[in-house]
Design a protein around this ligand. Structure first.
Ligand code: PEP
Ligand code: MG
Length: 321
């Protein structure tokens, strides 16, 4: 099966009943972009920009950053590149950007909160992105948005820097991660202000179930297939589509065999997975019927907990129904 998936890696992922899904990849460095192209990736659904300079003790210059984004865009050709602005804090420290010690770093200065608190850092990254944008199909995404005011402030930064640089941003999509429950619940309001959502199930699961994603004992029960998480994903996708926007998923759930039929059933537009799993996810989608998956998704959402959803997905009758 692996060999056959690989043989068809450059074909699109269309279900048996003719619905196309975009299969993208998550990357963390420039060289990953070439691998993604080789594996048949149709887009980068998430460039975790905080990893580009993870080991550096000094901040990268604006020119440095621009060159890196240009290199990735050039490698991708016309394939879209979603760059997430720096997502530091919580489990992601950044040597050149030390943050104060907090009792609950996951509930403190993280993601866009850091960007808005240190506007010079965010502005510099945005300028580098805007200058590189001409090299390809760039999209900008903000992490950890919990409320509309944060999104508005972040968008204002992009608008102001674009004006200063006299760069037309009408062709650059701007989106947010949906990884905080408040953002999923308010997705109908947020959708009016973005071009897309990308659901981060790693954090969304952590915050929905109140389990630290790295907890040595509890992380194992922090399952993204929990019906509570699935219902939030459902709300997010419906809210995006009601406003004519697209919704993808870039958390680990997107690449899980048990989850793919449910996500296809929920009508997610894009699955962004680890680069090596792109061919297999495409292969799996090609063997699904989207209408049948809608029924599976409804069943999964009516389960009582994650265990029941796992059992449902492992029942050989489920996919035949
Ligand atoms: C997520 O939270 O699901 C996500 C994709 O972002 P990260 O794992 O980088 O926090
Ligand atoms: Mg996250």
């Amino acid at each position: 099966q692996k060999a056959s998936a690989f043989a068809h890696k450059d074909e699109t992922a269309v279900t048996l009943d003719g619905v196309r899904f975009e299969i993208a990849g998550n990357i963390a460095k420039v060289s990953d972009a070439q691998k993604l192209v080789e594996m048949g990736g149709e887009a980068v659904g998430l460039l975790r920009s905080e990893f580009l300079y993870q080991d550096q003790s000094v901040a990268p210059s604006e020119d440095d950053q621009e060159q890196v984004y240009r290199a990735v865009l050039q490698t991708l050709g016309q394939r879209p590149l979603v760059v997430r602005t720096l997502d530091v804090g919580g489990d992601k420290p950044l040597a050149y950007l030390p943050l104060p010690k907090e009792d609950n770093p996951f509930l403190g200065e993280r993601g866009i909160r850091v960007g808005l608190d240190k506007p010079a850092v965010l502005r510099q990254q945005v300028r580098a992105l805007l200058k590189a944008a001409e090299a390809g199909n760039l999209r900008i995404m903000f992490p950890m948005v919990a409320s509309l005011f944060e999104l508005k402030l972040a968008k204002q930064v992009v608008k102001e820097e674009a004006e200063k640089l006299a760069i037309d941003i009408s062709g650059i999509q701007i989106g947010i991660m949906i990884e905080v429950p408040s953002a999923a619940v308010m997705a109908d309001v947020l959708a009016e202000h973005v071009d897309f959502f990308s659901i981060g199930t790693n954090d969304l699961t952590q915050y929905t179930l109140a389990i630290d994603r790295g907890h040595p004992k509890l992380a194992a029960i922090a399952d993204g297939l929990h019906p509570a998480v699935l219902r939030l994903i459902d709300m997010t996708v419906k809210a995006a589509h009601a406003k004519g926007k697209w919704a993808g998923i870039c958390g680990g759930l997107a690449g899980e065999k048990d989850a793919v039929p449910i996500l296809v059933g929920l009508g997610i537009d894009e699955l962004s997975v680890s680069v090596p799993s792109i061919p297999e996810v495409k292969h799996q989608v090609r063997h699904l019927n989207q209408q049948a998956c809608q029924l599976i998704a409804a069943k999964a959402m009516s389960c009582a907990d994650a265990k029941d959803v796992r059992a449902l997905m492992r029942d050989p009758n489920t996919l035949l129904a």
